[in-house]
Design a protein around this ligand. Sequence first.
Ligand code: CTP
Length: 401
Amino acid sequence: MSILSGKRILLGVTGSIAAFKAADLASKLTQSGAEVDVVLTGAGEKFVTPLTFQSVTGRRAFTDKDLWGDEAHVLHVNLGKKADLLVIAPCTANTIAKMAHGIADSLLTVTALAATCPILVAPAMDGGMFDHPATQENLETLQTRGVLVAGPAAGHLASGLTGIGRMLEPMDILGHVRLALGKNGKLAGKKVIVTAGGTQEAIDPVRVITNHSSGKQGYALAQAALDEGAEVTLITTPTGLNPPIGARVVRVKSAQDMLDALMNETADALVMAAAAADFRPKETAKDKLKKRDGIPQIQLEAAPDILKAISSQGGVPKRFRVMAGFAAESRDLLQNASEKLKSKGLDLIAANNISAQDAGFAVETNRITLLFADGSQENLPLMSKTEAAEKIVAHIARLLE
Ligand code: CTP
């Protein structure tokens, strides 16, 4: 997760039962390579202790005692100045109200007022408080000032009520943190479409022809493009993976669905990471095929070649300025990939040896060679799909320059 490595995150924790989840958030941020300083409010300290955070961040956690300590005169300014992002999670209605009105009565609120870095708040409060016009107006005030608001979610509340007020889960807040940090990345202002997953070609209402694609590489590409500030659309088959926060998600099943979805889109770049079917049943049975009727003879026909269909579309300007694809090969890797690069009208193809145990479908790593339309090549060593995605996205940014 290179977007978080070396980043300085200041995490404010206020008085909500969701404060215990902030420890998980602090841990996740730290594990992702960020340097995390925590500031607890007095009410926050009632739910969790500074020691909890020190134990997961390996750094000192600050409390209101520090507001009146030796370094007090510079602490609040320094904390907010050296941070890349101030995240307040959970952020109570009370703290939101104070921030909206410039009240600075705790180390956290003083720091928020003095902060020069972007601020992200993850509201957490009980039934009715979020909907109250006072909270709504305060949040609006903060948003007009550029404060980013993540959540809250609807669901079970600590009081036993159900409603909007639950703090987002730490994993989702992490997604919002990435969005905030990536805002001015190399793809800021650019639109990127990523396709992911193995398509499903229906035989009947219950059976499909599909493949081993997990969607992991495509989802990692969508995240990597978001990390660089792109506006991302993820066109995905059913995968069981959580789409990255910030991506617009279009759900499809078959290769034809995917092609139809793409026909409605234009973007700066298209990355076809999906394993789209080459063959599909000629007919889809309306009713479930019954055993008693014997073994069916399923006749196959060609599914549309999505990339070919798009690149053969006449007309200028091209709907996708840069097109990237993958070549899944079990032999003659570079030769086959190079042919696909040309026949599919691509700017870049990631050649993937799917017969290797540590690369290709459903594993965490990939070993790919990148081939470019200008004839150049780059051999990437074995790396995580996340790292591979970052490399590919960096090239897309370069090609779009
Ligand atoms: N692709 C596509 N439409 C299809 C099949 C594949 O657009 N019906 C795209 C894939 O998303 C990938 C690239 O084409 O980016 C190459 O896919 P791959 O499966 O390696 O090659 P195929 O074109 O299917 O050729 P073959 O199966 O003969 O290797």
